[in-house]
Ligand binder design. Structure first.
Ligand code: C2E
Ligand code: MG
Length: 727
């Protein structure tokens, strides 16, 4: 049976129930004493001893059996166990151990060791005074409690440190700690890997030795972030673009922050640096920034970057009193190459072209892929437009030879349009627009050879290389020029009434070339006038040859350039040629564009009169495309108006109202001029101009320009037919 007595003098209800005794505050919790004895005298003595002499704060319980004692001790809130040998089994060593195991933290004392008599169930009056016991127990228990408290906090601290270490070891960021003297005190495994220093070697070394950082690009030493954090006593970020050099010399871009550490008095005691490898993300960022401003295929700057650089060039040109040039480059036959050889070769061609273009300019210039087969070159800070001309010719010269791509030798033609800052515009947009249009005109001329005077001026010389100017002189000496003759048909009768002489250059490498491809260059090479004289002489000679061969000789039309026309000796030399070749002046018609005549309208009238006095007839070529007004037209003593082919081509389309062609023919008629429609390509067009009572017509529908031999044959057949019809 259990006899549990609560002591009468327990003066507090505070209990340590459920907690280890050492885990509570040493001073406030009553000391719990369990007496395990059969005699009540021991109990009374202990109780009185603890209660009487400073024994406040004790709670004494008494059990008489070992089983009750173990039962009570299971609650583990007993500080002191006083075990009497009178308890059955109480002197048993095993029982002692059992109690010790049940409550390892409690103080276990044999009662007789304290001087008590184990008198058994009959109480003894001779029990010792236990007043000394209070102080002793209090001292011992409180000491034990403090020790237990310390152990508990040590355990808690250990747990916390363990936890922090596991956390630091498992995070992806590198962590490095220094003391106040910037000596390394800790590195986590990521920091070890990133610096190349194992913690055991790094700890104790100066931070600069372990954490070697520089500024990317410059290689300059970066500011020590730990020092900054300690000095400024706040969290600081690393300088941008920081690079960490590992122990083995390899480098990686890092990003980090450093924060000061404080001791318990709040004083800065060190710093912790947290950093991570950002090489990969920096690479991706750089690649994305690069792609946003470059063409992925060729690696050249794209439109966005060009626009930026053009803006800079304009500002620089202004500041240094220079000019800038924009060259629009289009590949004439890229589509054909792509269609014939496939996109893979097409891409390689674009890359090869990009390489060639880049090698033709200075490193400070910008070659940009504008899209598709269009490239734009920005020449920054040129002294004069001649510099742009020089680059243009260099480009054309480079592309005059085939380029090697994938085993194919490919001839890539270029059309180039040029605009000069500030001559052609004062903004990036205006310059781009101008160069683009110039390129289109250049392309139109090099492709179908049928462009306006304006177009010819813009594109003049572009399709040939600089060395081609030298070529032109050689060509002239080597008689590489020849004439084609395009029939002019009398509309009412359908008969050939004339031929227009059209110059060609049979280039030894490039083959047959048309005036749009070389006339501008001939002008720059100073060959316009001699070439023009040669054309007139050659054409006149041809007509007299046909005449001499008893062929029917048509009227001859010859185109005259601005330089020839303005040349002071033009009329005199023309007269000489007529004399020399024996051609009747009335059989020769000189074609001049409105643009040429309008350069100096008054002088033109004088010259035209001079020529008319020689007996030659005069025609306004490409009528409708020039700047002259009706008033001025009336002043020019001309005989023929040749309506430009562009008005004839589009009569069936919405773009060009036939009313324009009708009125152009009407103007010619009202001025009493002979009206010739150019560029007649279809039966419908011919029908239309016929219905408008056009006098004559020219065009592929009526006869292609032919070489002298072919034309001789044509005239022979026509003459024969005519004679047949007459007889
Ligand atoms: P243009 O005087 O207007 O000559 C007519 C041009 O139109 C020729 O081009 C001719 O081949 C082309 N043509 C003829 N019929 C048609 C047609 O039905 N459709 C199309 N699309 N085109 C047609 P070419 O021979 O290339 O000459 C171009 C220009 O070069 C000439 O235009 C002329 O201004 C100039 N030119 C040609 N030969 C000489 C020359 O000996 N001296 C001078 N100064 N200029 C010349
Ligand atoms: Mg003509």
């Amino acid at each position: 049976m259990t006899r549990t007595r609560l002591s009468a003098d327990t003066n507090t209800q505070t209990s340590t129930h459920g907690q280890p005794p050492g885990a509570v505050a040493a001073s406030s919790t009553p000391i719990s004493v369990l007496l395990v004895a059969t005699d009540s005298a021991s109990y009374a003595s202990v109780r009185d001893g603890l209660a009487g002499h400073g024994g406040e704060g004790f709670r004494v319980e008494w059990v008489t059996t070992l089983a009750d004692a173990l039962n009570r001790l299971n609650r583990r809130d007993v500080d002191v166990v006083l075990l009497s040998a009178t308890t059955p089994g109480g002197d048993d060593r095993e029982a002692f151990d059992l109690i010790r195991r049940t409550t390892p933290d409690a103080l276990l004392l044999p009662l007789n060791a304290l001087g008590f008599q184990d008198t058994g169930p009959s109480p003894s009056s001779e029990q010792p005074d236990a007043s000394w016991l209070a102080d002793t127990l209090r001292y011992v228990v409180q000491r034990k409690r403090v020790e237990a408290g310390l152990r508990a906090s040590e355990d808690a601290l250990f747990e916390r440190l363990k936890h922090a270490e596991v956390t630091l070891a498992s995070i992806g960021d590198a962590v490095l700690v220094t003391d106040f003297n910037s000596l390394v005190t800790y590195l986590n495994p990521v920091a070890e890997a990133m610096t190349g220093w194992p913690a055991e070697e790094a700890v104790g070394r100066p931070l600069g030795e372990i954490f070697h950082i520089t500024i990317g690009g410059t290689g300059a030493k970066a500011v020590d972030p730990a020092q900054r954090a300690m000095l400024e006593d706040c969290t600081v970020g690393l300088e941008a673009d920081c690079v960490l050099r590992r122990r083995d010399g390899t480098e990686s871009g890092i990003e980090d922050s450093a924060a000061p550490l404080h001791d318990r008095h709040g004083r800065v005691s060190g710093a912790v640096i947290v950093f991570r490898d950002v090489s990969q993300s920096r690479k991706v960022t750089r690649r994305m920034a690069y792609l946003a401003r470059h063409d992925a295929l060729t690696g050249l700057p794209n439109r966005a970057l060009l626009k930026e650089r053009l803006g800079q060039s304009i500002r620089l040109a202004d500041r240094h009193g220079k000019q800038a040039a924009l060259l629009y480059v289009d590949l004439d036959n890229f589509k054909d190459i792509n269609d014939a050889l496939g996109h893979v070769v097409g891409d390689q061609v674009l890359k090869a072209v990009a390489g060639h273009l880049t090698r033709c300019v200075r490193a400070s210039d910008t070659v940009c892929r504008h899209g598709g087969d269009e490239f734009v070159i920005l020449l920054s800070e040129i002294a004069t437009p001649a510099d742009a001309e020089q680059v243009t010719n260099k480009l054309l010269n480079t592309f005059a030879s085939p380029i090697e791509v994938n085993g194919h030798a490919l001839q890539v033609g270029l059309s180039i349009g040029v605009s000069i800052y500030p001559d052609h515009g004062d903004s990036a947009d205006a310059l781009t627009e101008h160069a683009d249009q110039a390129m289109y005109r250049a392309r139109a001329i090099s492709r179908n050879g049928n462009d306006t005077a304006l177009g010819q001026r813009q594109a003049s010389g572009r399709p040939l290389a600089e060395s081609a100017r030298g070529d032109l002189h050689r060509a002239f000496d080597n008689r590489e020029f020849l004439l084609h003759y395009q029939p002019q048909i009398d509309v009412p009768s359908g008969q050939i009434i004339g031929v227009e002489a059209l110059v060609r250059w049979l280039h030894p490498v490039r083959g047959l070339m048309y005036p749009g491809q070389f006339m501008g260059l001939a002008e720059q090479a100073g060959l316009s006038v001699p070439l023009g004289r040669w054309v007139i002489r050659e054409a006149c000679q041809q007509i007299t040859t046909w005449k001499a061969s008893s062929l029917w000789a048509p009227l001859l039309a010859v185109n005259i350039s601005a330089l020839e026309f303005s040349h002071t000796r033009f009329a005199t030399e023309l007269e000489a040629i007529l004399r020399e070749t024996g051609l009747d002046a009335g059989e020769l018609e000189l074609e001049l564009t409105e643009g040429v005549l309008m350069l100096d309208a008054d002088a033109s009238v004088t010259r035209l009169n001079e020529l008319r006095d020689l007996g030659v007839t005069l025609a306004i070529d490409n009528f409708g495309t020039g700047p002259s007004s009706l008033n001025q037209l009336q002043r020019f003593p001309v005989h023929t108006l040749k309506v430009d082919g562009s008005f004839v081509h589009d009569i069936n389309t919405a773009r060009n109202d036939p009313a324009i062609l009708r009125s152009l023919i009407g103007i010619g008629k009202s001025l009493k001029h002979r009206v010739v429609a150019e560029g007649v390509e279809t039966v419908q067009q011919y029908g239309f101009i016929k219905a408008q009572h056009c006098d004559a017509a020219q065009g592929f529908q009526l006869g292609y320009p032919l070489g002298a031999e072919d034309c001789t044959l044509l005239l022979a057949i026509r003459g024969h037919l005519l004679r047949c019809r007459e007889s």
